[in-house]
Design a protein around this ligand. Structure first.
Ligand code: URA
Length: 437
């Protein structure tokens, strides 16, 4: 194929045919199209977008680039959730055992951090012994035994996304609706799910910063999911503040355990319950979200979800003692504090910069080959609407030997906008919902 011509046509906003999209993706996966051409293509898509037909063809080509899991021999409804990426988002590690406790099967294939957002696999890496690199057979064994499992992409699992995901991360081409839809839906369909709930994050810490963009992404996810034969619902959730108070890999795992024990920040608990309630309805195990929410709250408060978490850890090699001894999740004890420069109320928190601050401390990647320091991160003490006194801590930064500390402190201090009066409106956890018709 004439790749420069293919890129030029996309650059000029022309629609590409399904066959040429497939040829391009296949060529990339086979190593015949170099990354500099793929990067140029991604940037052209970023600026010119794709038609619904192109986006569906792009998703299908990615799906067909590798293996698909067959979960038909495992009993129970296979439902999953996927987030479009946020800051402090530890929902998956609470949701998977909670849904398993509600007799659903949650076959999660997760990824690394992308841009300023955290990644589930990096968080799981902070658990001593946890193995996310299971093959299909062992993945299915854990699913059959526990009801949930979280793994990384196996060698031949949507290789097109495996390659594109890390390339997008370092070429500033993440925030594109068709690229996000292709990435997420190809993996979810390949993982063998029957129904999917999308957590579309909206706000300064999300890839979609306003409601219009978040609605556009939600609509595309629901429509492309439907075109691929899967019922998809989208819940648009708040990302104008970090979710919960912990940002950083081991810190977030500690908070996960807190929430599974019935404690922890209410926003992270509530968003998890809303997403789970939608999943339970799609799995036809509840008549409506209200009934589902009540059932799931009980499973969380009774310790049933925590019990599942323990079994899940045992099945994937993770040390279950982290439940009673969260200090086994190693967090750096070197800390510094960002204080309020004046008294007043927090008007807003530029949440993206909190994610970037975490990366700057070493908690995320700036380039593909960077090692992540799982022990660093931030604890957020003040969120929008909170009253602060001059000199009160806004956030505590856990760092390693001062690496990135000065920049991370600046980013955190500048992320906060303080004002005289409390903001007129409280931030809602759930901003909107979209379902297939
Ligand atoms: N999550 C994904 O898996 N892919 C994206 O493109 C964004 C979030």
């Amino acid at each position: 194929m004439n790749v420069p011509e293919f890129i030029r046509r996309k650059r000029e906003g022309e629609a590409l045919t399904p066959d040429e999209i497939k040829e391009f993706i296949d060529g990339y996966v086979a190593g015949n199209v170099p990354e500099y051409q793929v990067s140029a293509f991604l940037m052209a898509v970023f600026f010119k977008g794709m038609t619904p037909e192109e986006a569906a063809a792009f998703t299908r080509s990615m799906l067909e680039s590798g293996d698909r899991f067959d979960l038909s021999d495992i009993e129970g409804p296979k439902v999953d959730k996927h987030s479009t990426g946020g800051v402090g988002d530890k929902v998956s590690m609470i949701l998977a055992p909670l849904m398993a406790a509600a007799d659903c099967i949650v076959p999660m294939v997760s990824g690394r951090g992308l841009g300023h957002t955290g990644g589930t696999l990096d968080k799981l890496d902070s658990i001593p012994g946890y193995k996310w690199n299971l093959n299909e057979k062992d993945f299915k064994k854990v699913l059959g035994k526990v009801g949930c499992a979280i793994i990384g992409q196996t060698d031949n699992f949507v290789p097109a996304d495996k390659q594109l995901y890390s390339l997008r991360d370092v070429t500033a081409t993440v925030e594109s609706v068709p690229l996000i839809c292709g990435s997420i839906l190809s993996k979810k369909v390949a993982s063998g799910v029957e129904a999917l709930v999308m957590d579309v994050k909206c706000g300064s810490g999300a890839f979609m910063e306003n409601e219009e963009r978040a609605n556009e992404l939600a609509r595309n996810l629901v429509e492309i999911g439907t075109a691929l034969g899967k019922p998809v619902s989208a819940i648009i959730t708040q990302m104008n503040q970090p979710l919960g108070i912990a940002v950083g890999n081991a810190l977030e795992m500690r908070e996960t355990i807190d929430i599974l024990k019935g404690h922890g920040p209410s926003d992270a608990r509530e968003i998890t319950l809303v997403l789970c309630a939608e999943m339970l309805c799609l799995a036809k195990k509840a008549a409506n979200p209200v009934e589902a929410h009540a059932k799931l709250s009980h499973l969380l408060d009774s310790g049933a979800a925590l019990d599942k978490f323990k079994h899940w850890m045992e099945a994937q090699g993770g040390d279950p003692d982290i439940i009673d001894k969260p200090s086994l999740l190693e967090v750096s004890d070197e800390t510094d504090v960002v204080e309020a420069s004046r008294a007043g109320y927090v008007q807003s928190v530029m949440t993206r910069d909190i994610g970037v601050a975490c990366n700057t401390l070493g908690g995320g990647r700036m380039k593909k080959t960077d090692e992540v320091d799982l022990t660093v991160g931030l604890l957020i003490h003040k969120k929008p609407g909170d009253k602060v006194e001059k000199g009160e801590p806004l956030a505590t930064l856990h760092h390693r030997g001062g690496k990135g500390l000065e920049d991370a402190k600046k980013l955190t201090a500048n992320a906060y906008r303080l004002g005289e009066a409390a903001p007129a409106e409280e931030l809602k956890s759930v901003i909107g919902e979209m379902r297939a018709r």
